[in-house]
Design a binder for this molecule. Sequence first.
Ligand code: 5CA
Ligand code: ZN
Length: 431
Amino acid sequence: MLAWPAPLLPTLPGTGPALKLHDTARGEVVATAPDRVARMYVCGITPYDATHLGHAATYLAFDLVNRLWRDAGHGVHYVQNVTDIDDPLLERAERDGEDWVVLGMRETALFREDMTALRVLPPDDYVGAVESIPRIVAHVETLLDEGLAYPLDDGTGDVYHDIAQAPGFGGESGYDEATMLTLSAERGGDPDRPGKRNRLDPLLWRGQRPGEPSWPGPRGVAGRPGWHVECTTIALATIGMGFDVQGGGSDLVFPHHEFSAVHAEALTAAMTGVKQPFAKAYVHAAMIGLDGEKMSKSRGNLVFVSKLRGEGVDPMAIRLALLSGHYRTDRAWTQDLLDRARARLARWRRAVALPAGVPAAPVLAALRERLTDDLDTPGAIAAVDAWAERTLAAGDHPALEEGAPALVRDAVDALLGIALDPVAPEPAPAG
Ligand code: 5CA
Ligand code: ZN
């Protein structure tokens, strides 16, 4: 699939330190240690509705990972998927009397526009589930051939992964069985389905049901893929095993990232005889809520990026508002958050438009130091705030440094992804 256009990335003097991130599997902040080219997979959208601020916050967190690796001198191979076939997509299309393919294409197009407006660096590979089906089928066939997966004998053609044979199972989330059972039931699993060997066994292939789209499947059974094996397959086809960061929102810790990893580890062990981990670190962004609840399509309490943009809200204010909280803290979207971000953005823009300012090198150092410490955006923003305040208060003090505002502007752009170029004033709201 096509991704979206890349924003310009200013070059900064020097290089940043190694990036530290919280790894869910180890339960602590660890130093990432990529090769020359860092490899990252971030779970993409299910395109049945527009991008809300929760999605945006998650992609912004991983956009910072991308930027900080580049600043440390690495190349980055970034992969994102689109879950362009899944139950919610079919249900929404059915509800609205729309073709599911058209729905998915339209919402994916809107997502690209939102990501472009928010200045998110595009993935190098942007891959749909549908275009990956032949690869997914081959993987399910392998697991069946190895006796690691089994078809249900109820005539549906559904295939499950036999999790009892997966030694690494539980290593990503670290959850106990009761928690796993609860989350599995809430997040697309079917622990109460009769005939499964283990209640937690995840679906690999779903045999065709009447009225549902289908593709040629493993052992000639037409149907469509299970969710977790899609991400396994797309990651293996693009960046392979042992990549640096598997990312997504915290709602993906279990079952999705656990089973994506377990499928991949079982497959590679079967195909190569080598046991190796799927990802080196599993990184999760906390949930954005509204009025005390997680923002989610199923709850319907959504604020869409595109709606705000349509109202004339500066995307840089949205970006700054979402980054003003730490990515691992569940937090709420409020009008006040946006208003404060707008005021801050205006202050920063006034300061960087000056010909001289207080020295910028310490700001660059502080941005690098704070952001590489598990993406401490509140700390990074505080450093820019302090610089802007002192620069705006300094008048034309002789000790001011020429060019300091330009360096701060470039640092804020490259590391936080916030463009501080002068912009046209926001239009007054209609009506
Ligand atoms: N297509 C799957 C991943 S393979 C999926 O979860 N799609 S999604 O559209 O539901 O979510 C897209 C991304 O946004 C995921 O990484 C998800 O974890 C994240 N996300 C969803 N809701 C929120 C929220 N309220 N706050 C923060 N991140 C969220
Ligand atoms: Zn995924």
